[in-house]
Design a protein around this ligand. Structure first.
Ligand code: HSE
Length: 373
């Protein structure tokens, strides 16, 4: 396999290092804006050098972001090259275009590192869905958010210092807003639901709430009630209906999610035959992520295509009821829906996920967290 590697940042360099010692694949060209010198490899600033090289059969995209990653990946597929990427924003956003295009061209498209970094999540989901109905997917999918929430809970850090540390350790995306506002988890949840249920979720119907407004006083409140806050994604398929959302969630001390430390992820599916299966590992970082990119390259050598068929466009219906912790300005709707008070925050009566997120949109200063039942 001859690889054109797009990007030489945290993940790109990791991929390059892991492939360097292999005999079944080699990186022959690297697209990089900086002047780097790599033995035996042509480093270029022009994507066309890779696109027009007929010796290159596989493009590994490690640039991140939507543009120009989308244009490069689409052009690579149209030129007959397999694609491996860790870019969840790209795959979740252009799912119903890129997946069918690769299939039509008879090419492999893999993105295992896009969800869970080093965890073999999508590749196992592919196997899981072959022989059973997947009823639920989700869990802790963002290392940066988990690192922040864990530091606040276990070490008593405030939000700002915990975020700074996560950035210094290289877990956060270039713009940490994507992590802390839950967008990274949202992309991963959409992608996982698409693969698990064989659909193409309408992303506009998947609400997301992040952790950026959590305060040390919230964490103290949770601890006093035996609860831990985690950013949790949910995708469910019940009686032909799909629900999907991302939100801070309060889990009881002792539940598996409550014990997930640092940048680790814990991702779960529930299958009709297997029941609950959970996957734990490093969800971010150079070598864990590069590990799954190289696993995908090995799967391309075995001619493995995408994990599931690209199904029809489906709207999420988030009518499940749950109780919420809400700290924010009280209005008549919130007062009507208050069941009890925890310091300056309230615990709501059971309300639908949809209704809670509509209220949150109009109260951008508020912090909410669902109570896991
Ligand atoms: N910023 C992401 C995280 C990287 O913290 O999990 C992996 O997607």
């Amino acid at each position: 396999m001859k690889i054109g590697l797009l990007g030489f940042g945290v993940v790109g360099q990791g991929v390059y290092d892991l492939i360097a010692s292999r005999e079944d694949m080699s990186v022959v060209k690297v697209l990089c804006r900086k002047d780097v010198s790599l033995p035996g490899v042509q480093v270029t600033k022009d994507f066309n050098d890779i696109l027009n090289d007929s010796d290159i059969d596989t493009v590994v995209e490690a640039i991140g972001g939507l543009h120009p990653a989308y244009e490069f990946v689409k052009a690579a597929i149209e030129a007959g090259k397999n694609v491996v990427t860790a870019n969840k924003a790209l795959v979740a956003t252009f799912y119903d275009e890129l997946i069918p295009l690769a299939k039509e061209k008879g090419l492999c498209f893999r993105c295992t590192a896009a969800v869970g970094g080093g965890i073999g999540w999508l590749s196992e989901l592919e196997r899981a869905r072959r022989i059973q109905t997947i009823e639920k997917v989700g869990g802790i999918m963002n290392g940066t958010c988990n690192y922040i929430l864990d530091s606040m809970t276990r070490l008593g850090f405030d939000y700002t210092n915990a975020l700074k540390q996560a950035q210094e350790l290289g877990y956060a995306e270039a713009d940490p807003t994507t992590d802390v506002e839950g967008i990274d988890t949202w992309h991963k949840a959409i992608l996982s639901s698409n693969v698990a249920f064989g659909i193409c979720l309408d992303s506009a119907t998947v609400p997301v709430a992040g952790i950026s407004r959590i305060q040390a006083t919230d964490v103290e409140n949770f601890k006093a009630h035996g609860l831990v806050c985690k950013l949790i994604s949910t995708g469910m398929f019940t009686k032909g209906k799909v629900s999907a959302y991302v939100q801070p969630t309060l889990v009881k001390f002792g539940e598996p999610e409550s014990a997930v430390p640092a940048n680790y992820n814990l991702i779960t599916f529930v299958g009709s035959a297997s029941g609950r299966m959970s996957f734990y590992g490093q969800g971010a970082g150079r070598y864990p992520t590069a590990y799954n990119v190289v696993q995908d390259c090995a799967d391309v050598l075995l001619d493995k295509g995408f994990y599931s068929p690209c199904g029809e466009k489906v709207k999420a219906e988030n009518t499940d009821f749950m109780r919420y912790y809400v700290r924010g300005e009280k209005d008549s709707w919130l007062e009507e829906n208050t069941a009890e008070t925890w310091g300056t925050a309230i615990i709501s009566k059971p309300i639908s996920v949809e209704a809670m997120h509509v209220w949150l949109k109009n109260h951008p200063e508020a912090f909410i967290a669902a109570l896991a039942e």
